[in-house]
Design a protein around this ligand. Structure first.
Ligand SMILES: Cc1cc2nc3c(=O)[nH]c(=O)nc-3n(C[C@H](O)[C@H](O)[C@H](O)COP(=O)(O)OP(=O)(O)OC[C@H]3O[C@@H](n4cnc5c(N)ncnc54)[C@H](O)[C@@H]3O)c2cc1C
Length: 472
């Protein structure tokens, strides 16, 4: 048996190009076995949508490896048992892994490292997920930043351009590898978003195509179009980035090379992704608790019927319902609409943001611990650099502003397709003859509003006043 054998444990770095863990493993060892372990039982396990994406991404990765004479070995079970066992079986003395900065995963990794060490195997961890190590930068007082712009400015000052990592020249597998599971086994018992494959192509090749398409067709105008869900105004790279099918450094450098105001705006968004992961790293409790402790006193309402309507895209507010149905169908939702549906849940319905975070986690292919936590706490007003507490998004005026012709709503709510644009964001205000001509019967083909937004807004403001008063 050759003695120069390593395992490459791939998790959220599902790519060959610009992958530091992969490059190091192949550079230092003659025989490398790429492996994925389906280790479940944690808060951040992929939900059904992400799992569906994962299975397709693993199939794509396995195909790329096979084209180079290698293959992916997929095993299931606790990694602290599966990895030492596999290392012993193939005679590996080193494991290379794409690391995580999420506390719960780091703790699990420490257990895996201990188990491997007991088996005489070293574990080497590499950053593949972010542009930079989230332990820095810190303020001059040595504390983590909690406001985005100073954080962003500090990161930009420290940014070092680096060369992309080359693909390994050869990929030789060690002998005696077990056959393991197939990628399809990973999503065999989940029901994922039915339209995922018609909207996205999971895998490294799909990620590179999405980036190229965005740079040639979408980057120009990004600064203005990115808020329009009726246009393809954003990159739609988030699930590719979430699974590490493309490196953030590659995206960053490709967009920076284009220069201009649109590239600057895009760059900031990439750093919001960094900021979300940075915050969760420094404040791990914010996965479930507000960053601003006073928000623990928030007097949430109990409205299971309203929350169920929200989840099902049946609130009677078209832009909210369109967003929830887009997410259920494709596994992705436009950022502006994410803000609107999150505001509707936490402010109009006054339901805890944590329940929304879990709903998104279940349905999003791009579900990312840092970004999802950041997004929900931001909208709820309880997080870092949050939206001001008094901003309660109005689903009608926001719809009229960002989906002016109702194209987005019509796409996801076909029952409203024939409603004139004037009424598309507030069908309950349309005259009866207009509704009849469009084939809309309120409470039959489409619901009446589950609540009255102006009244709900006042209730939310009172709840936020209560929190602010308790703080004084
Ligand atoms: C309540 C809520 C929950 C969210 N949950 C997630 C999540 O689980 N995973 C996730 O990737 N994003 C999340 N976002 C952020 C954002 O909505 C998505 O990243 C974005 O819509 C992805 O589309 P895109 O790739 O076309 O973005 P683009 O506009 O093309 O941006 C490029 C990349 O920058 C990053 N980015 C853009 N906007 C943000 C942002 N506001 N916060 C953090 N990163 C950003 C993403 O990685 C994105 O792929 C959430 C936002 C909100 C309001």
């Amino acid at each position: 048996m050759p003695d120069d054998i390593a395992l490459l444990w791939l998790r959220r770095g599902l790519r060959l190009a610009d992958n530091p863990a992969l490059a190091a493993a192949f550079e230092r060892h003659d025989f490398v076995a790429p492996v994925y372990i389906d280790d479940t039982g944690g808060r951040w396990d992929p939900g059904p949508a992400a799992r569906t994406w994962l299975a397709l991404s693993l199939a794509s990765l396995d195909g790329s490896l096979r084209a180079r004479g290698s293959r992916l070995t997929i095993l299931s079970g606790p990694a602290n048992i599966a990895l030492p066992r596999l290392a012993t079986a193939v005679g590996a003395h080193a494991v290379y892994v794409d690391g995580s900065h999420v506390a719960e995963i780091e703790e699990r990794d420490a257990r895996v490292g201990d188990a491997l060490a007991s088996a005489g195997v070293g574990m080497h961890t590499f950053d593949t997920h972010l542009l930079r190590d989230p332990s820095t930068p810190l303020t001059t007082a040595g504390r983590p930043y909690t406001v985005f712009t100073p954080y962003y400015n500090a990161c930009r000052r420290l940014l070092l351009a680096r060369d992309m990592m080359p693909l390994p020249g050869r990929m030789t597998l060690p002998p005696h590898l077990p056959s393991g599971l197939t990628p399809a086994d990973i999503s065999a018992d989940v029901s994922g978003p039915p339209l995922l494959s018609s909207h996205f192509t999971p895998g490294e090749a799909g990620a590179v195509r999405a980036l190229d398409r965005f740079i040639s067709e979408g980057l120009e105008g990004y600064a203005t179009d990115r808020d329009r869900p009726d246009l393809v105004g954003t990159s739609r790279l988030s699930p590719h980035l979430a699974f590490g099918e493309i490196s953030p450094a590659r995206v960053h450098q490709a967009v920076r090379a284009a220069a201009g105001a649109d590239a600057d705006t895009f760059d900031r968004q990439l750093y919001w992704r960094e900021f979300g992961n940075y915050l969760l790293h420094h404040f791990p409790h914010t996965a479930t608790k507000p960053l601003r402790a006073e928000y623990e006193a928030m007097p949430w309402a109990d409205d299971p019927r309203g929350v169920a309507a929200w989840r099902e895209g049946q609130t009677g507010y078209p832009i909210v319902d369109a967003g929830m149905r887009e997410m259920a169908a494709t596994g992705w939702m436009h950022n502006r609409v994410r803000m609107l549906v999150a505001s509707f849940l936490t402010k109009d319905l006054l339901a805890p943001w944590q329940s929304g975070e879990r709903t998104f986690w279940h349905h999003l292919t791009d579900a990312d611990a840092g970004n999802n936590t950041l997004g929900w706490q931001w909208v709820a007003g309880s997080g870092a650099d949050a939206v001001p507490y008094f901003r309660v998004f109005n689903p009608v005026t926001q719809g009229e502003r960002f989906d002016p012709d109702g194209t987005y709503v019509r796409t996801w709510l076909p029952e409203l397709a024939d409603l004139p644009s004037q009424w598309i964001h507030q069908p309950w205000e349309a005259p009866d003859d207009v509704l009849a001509a469009a084939g809309v019967t309120l409470d039959s083909t489409y619901p009446s509003p589950v609540l009255d937004h102006p009244g709900a807004r006042l209730r939310a403001l009172a709840a936020y006043d209560f929190v602010r008063a308790a703080r004084r």
